[in-house]
Ligand binder design. Structure first.
Ligand code: HEC
Length: 99
C-alpha cells in the first residue's frame, strides 16, 4: 500500500518535472482570482488534496458547469488547484485558501 502511494507520488513528480503542472506567476494570480470570483462566492475553499483523483475530477466537472467557466478558465483552474492536490506549491504560494 505504502509502496503504491509512493509510486503514484513519483509519477506526479515526473509529470510536474515535465512541465505539466507549471504555472506562470500570472496564471497563479488568475487562478486565485478565478476561484474567488467563481467558486468562493458559493462556498469556502475545499482543499483539493482531500479528494482522490476520480472524486476531484467529477467535482471539477460539476462545479465548472455551476460556475459557468469557459473551457480555458476551467483548464486554468484545474491546473491551479492541481498545485494544492499534489502539494507542489513551489511558486511561493502557501497551501492555505486563496485570498
Ligand atoms: C452556484 C454555486 C456554486 C458555485 C459557483 C460553485 N460551487 Fe462548488 N458546490 C456548490 C454546492 C451547492 C455544493 C454541494 C454539493 C452538490 O452540489 O451536490 C458544492 C460542492 C463542491 C465541492 C465538494 C464539497 C464536498 O462536499 O466535499 C467541491 C470540491 C466544490 N464544490 C468545488 C467548486 C469549485 C472548484 C468551484 C469553481 C469552479 C465551485 N465549486 C463553484 C455550489 C457551488
Amino acid at each position: 500500500m505504502r509502496r503504491l502511494w509512493f509510486t503514484s507520488v513519483a509519477a506526479l513528480l515526473a509529470l510536474h518535472a515535465a512541465g505539466e503542472a507549471e504555472l506562470s506567476p500570472t496564471e497563479l494570480q488568475d487562478g486565485r482570482k478565478l476561484y474567488t470570483a467563481k467558486c468562493a462566492k458559493c462556498h469556502k475553499f475545499y482543499d483539493p488534496a482531500k479528494y482522490d483523483d476520480d472524486q476531484w475530477r467529477s467535482w471539477m466537472t460539476k462545479m465548472s458547469k455551476k460556475a459557468k467557466l469557459k473551457p480555458a478558465q476551467a483548464e486554468l483552474l484545474s491546473r491551479y488547484l492541481g498545485i494544492y492536490r499534489t502539494g507542489l506549491g513551489t511558486n511561493g504560494i502557501s497551501t492555505g485558501a486563496p485570498r
